[in-house]
Design a protein around this ligand. Sequence first.
Ligand SMILES: *Cc1c(COP(=O)(O)O)cnc(C)c1O
Length: 455
Amino acid sequence: MNGRTKYILDESKLPKAWYNINADMPVPPEPVLHPQTLEPVTPDFLSVLFPMSLIMQEISTEPYIEIPEPVREIYKLWRPTPMFRARRLEKALDTPAHIYYKYEGASPVGSHKPNTAVPQAFYNKEAGTKALTTETGAGQWGSALAMACNFFQMDLEVYMVKVSYQQKPYRRMVIENYGAEVFASPTNRTQYGRSVLAADPNSPGSLGIAISEAVEVAATSGGTKKYSLGSVLNHVLTHQTVIGEETLQQMEMADEYPDIVIACTGGGSNFGGFAFPFVRENLRHGKTTRIIAVEPAASPSLTKGTYTFDYGDTAKMAPVVKMHTLGHSFVPPAIHAGGLRYHGMSPQVSALVEHGYVEARAVQQLATFAAGDLFMRAEGIIPAPESTHAIRVAIDEALKCKETGEAKVIIFNLSGHGHFDMASYDAYRKGELQDYEYPAEAIVQAMADLPQVKG
Ligand SMILES: *Cc1c(COP(=O)(O)O)cnc(C)c1O
């Protein structure tokens, strides 16, 4: 056995194609529906929001999609990212398990989000888009798209959930530093924002509301502005598969193959990007890796939600998709993992969970911070609160190995660092954080407002 800690791929090993799991999906895809007619959408409807190249990727069933050379050139600023063997964490846990992690916090903005921000900006620029609009919660996505729009010299309007705008001034400044405009959502710049403010002038905002505002601005721009989404959609998960494709090569360098693959899920993009290449190996090549999606108990779409058609946003302007949902009007409790506070889930991840190809697990806030703390003390990196969800389950699985004496190979995706989340760690150390009961009543209420889809 070699004693390596870091597995670094040469730039020449940067993948040349993304993997599109639609080619191997064991269940047929569900249609995407128009939010008003609830009939399958036409590319025409989607083209108000997205360039045709991304729409074609959204519905493509080709197994591999070539990464354009200008995108690969920018990827090389931080990719391939390192994979680590967490030897010090193994020791701290006294487990026979082999624990690995892939580190996406190595990107310039500190998360996996630029893996799709850069190609989305590229394809929009190529299609002649002048400006993009988007939403951001904790600010990770806004930072990534601001960096990407700066590279391709496009304007960007970011609708940032108001509580985060107030609580995370440094994320707001990062976005502005790259040259984008940031607005605290709900704003009075949109019809929907004004209606929310009229009903509640002190609305803290939510991801669903911010999406509605960004969609409205693009849809009413007369074609000059397009909308960009940082998760959930097929093309976003496809772009993120560069993570898993690199990891497969790095596991080969380590001369091991994972028994368990783990990532956290907000809208599903880092999970899909990391895990789908391993799902492919299971489906096509008879591997039997267990694949686990981890979500917060406060926003438990995969473990407690319903697999049904729902709107992607609060104002019912975004397309309707079949997914695990808690109801589009559900506003998750204010957990510190802001990137995981979403009512729905990627349709691809949902389908794989529904049909048993992927396991889902929900974890409580305090347990995730305890895991993040343990990880930091052993490995040095302060993980993003979102990523601590994956760490929690990796540690739990490693502790099971300690009981059984099995030397399982466990790998998780460390989706980002937590340098802009120090107020959350501060609150944790001061004992100010709490767990949340399953928000049953709010979910029942939200589920009463689902679209009435025929058939
Ligand atoms: C946004 C974010 C997430 C959650 O989004 P997914 O689309 O589910 O990946 C997880 N981790 C980090 C660090 C994020 O920034």
